[in-house]
Design a protein around this ligand. Structure first.
Ligand code: UGA
Length: 468
């Protein structure tokens, strides 16, 4: 099928590349001419596993780039809208990009088209998109609007697209549902998974994925409610971690105990410095605003957000209590991205903490495997950048772990201890076992677990240090 994907951001680019891999002819449209030129020239703008391979495989063949939306609509049977929906001051989603794309799409509709919302949008957006397209005199029979939310996680977006837990199709006509079924047929009939060049299957993928057909409004709510529920799970376990800290319990043991109940499950129960990224903070706020607008006061979501903010402050207090005064302290920081496996720093709790610590007078040397370039655009030269975790630790008063990169859980601890001025590790992602860290000679602070010390004695900056 010939498909247009509007917006070459995270979702659009991944969706476009994956739809091409399913065998469709995709026109990826962006109104930013320089982005289109870069994509045509082979530039891969985001750090995403398997994306470079797919772009190389299909660029210029089944995947072409254009800035001509009207022409792309005219040539395509289905148009995915994947433009940004940033938050406004009041927390609502700003739908002006969606609206202007809808208006432009209407100019290109000649025969039957399916317009598919891929961006995360509030309930009722599909109604609005339909109204906007009708306003320009488009024949009501010549198009349908469908909500087909994405559940891609940054870092595993390609795999999430091709091996989804489910495919949600929110449509109000049988005709449009058939078009969506045809688009995803290589996944639902399993033919994609039999191909020798298919992207490798992740663990526990449900193959073939089920299709869930709902009304457009339900699909829009499924997306917001999914993200809000996942954020709630994280805030819930962070709140439990705070209670664990008060009573001297171990949050890992608690997670194991509750997560083995199949009704609850162990996933998304890693306590830490709170959730960040371009989705959860924005979507929880937007869902809160949508609910208010529709007459429901969803205060539970306020609490989810409050706990998330509080988690960062608690971590700052932890750093203060481990190091006492902060002015002039030299800190090594591991991780700037909002989570492991991505170079994205939007709403990154790591960036927030680095800025707060710099504000308090700390001297920071940071390392991140992928996000240092982007971080530099925001925090500039207020911190130094290291080439490795070991360089970040060099001569530091303490090492802070702020992003759950896999490589940070396999550090050469002897080497880290040798680099640090004082053997203090403050882990905002619980990547290590407290007892093992104490046995390795570290004073180790983490989230929801008691601090552990070598020989039971906390390292202070004035004594007990091998280099002091
Ligand atoms: C999230 C959802 O997981 C996707 O399903 C959704 O499609 C996407 O938003 C979106 O709406 O586009 P993403 O933002 O890429 O994906 O990242 P997650 O892996 O969900 O992590 C979000 C944040 O929660 C990160 O800061 C991460 O460190 C934190 N987190 C995650 C925890 O603190 N604990 C956990 O157990 C899991």
């Amino acid at each position: 099928m010939r498909i247009a994907v509007v917006g070459s951001g995270y979702v659009g680019l991944v969706a476009g590349a994956c739809l091409a891999d399913l065998g469709h002819d995709v026109i990826l449209v962006d109104n930013d001419q320089s982005k289109v030129t870069e994509l045509r020239n082979g530039h891969v703008p985001i750090h995403e596993k398997f994306l470079p391979e797919l772009l190389t495989r299909h660029r210029g063949q089944r995947l072409i780039f254009s800035d001509d939306l009207k022409q792309a609509v005219g040539l395509s049977a289905a148009i995915f809208v994947a433009v940004g929906t940033p938050p406004t001051e009041s927390g609502e989603a700003d739908l002006s990009y969606v609206e202007s794309v809808a208006r432009e799409i209407s100019g290109g509709i000649s025969d039957y088209k399916v317009v598919i919302e891929k961006s995360t949008v509030p309930v009722y957006t599909s109604d609005w998109v339909r109204k906007i397209i009708l306003r320009s005199g488009t024949d009501p029979q010549s198009f349908d609007v469908v909500s087909n939310p994405e559940f891609l996680r940054e870092g595993t977006a390609v795999t999430d697209f091709l091996f989804p837990d489910r495919i949600v199709i929110g449509c109000d006509s049988l005709r449009s549902a058939e078009v969506l079924r045809e688009i995803y047929a290589p996944l639902t009939d399993g033919s994609y998974y039999r191909r020798s060049d298919a992207i490798p299957q992740p663990d526990r993928a449900s193959i073939p994925p089920p299709i869930i057909v709902t009304s457009a409004k339900s699909a829009e709510l499924i997306k917001h409610a999914s993200n809000a529920f996942l954020a709630l799970k994280i805030s819930f376990i962070n709140a439990v971690a705070s209670v664990c800290e008060s009573v001297g319990a171990n949050v890992n043991q608690v997670v194991h105990g509750i997560g083995t109940d199949t009704r609850i499950g162990p996933k998304f129960m890693n306590p830490g410095i709170g959730y960040g990224g371009s989705c959860f903070p924005k979507d929880v706020m937007a869902f809160r605003a949508v609910a208010r607008e529709c007459g429901y006061d969803f205060r539970l979501l306020d609490e989810v957000m409050r706990i998330n903010e509080d988690q960062r402050q608690r971590f700052l207090r932890k750093v203060r209590s481990a190091l006492w005064t902060l002015r002039g302290k030299k800190l090594g920081v591991l991780g700037l991205a909002f989570k492991g496996g991505t170079d994205d720093i939007r709403e990154s709790p790591a960036i927030f903490l680095v800025q707060a610590l710099v504000q308090e007078g700390c001297k920071i040397t940071a390392y991140d495997p992928a996000a240092m370039g982007r971080a530099q655009e925001v925090i500039g030269s207020s911190v130094c950048y290291a080439k490795s975790p070991y360089e970040a630790a060099r001569d530091a008063d303490a090492l802070l772990i702020l992003t759950e990169w896999e490589e940070f859980s396999n550090l050469d601890l002897d080497r880290i201890r040798g680099e640090l001025k004082y053997p203090i590790v403050i882990d905002g992602r619980n990547l290590y076992d407290p007892e093992e860290m104490a046995a390795e000679g570290f004073s180790y602070y983490s989230v929801g677990r008691a601090a552990s010390y070598p020989d039971g004695v906390p390292t202070t900056i004035l004594r007990n240090s091998k280099k002091a």
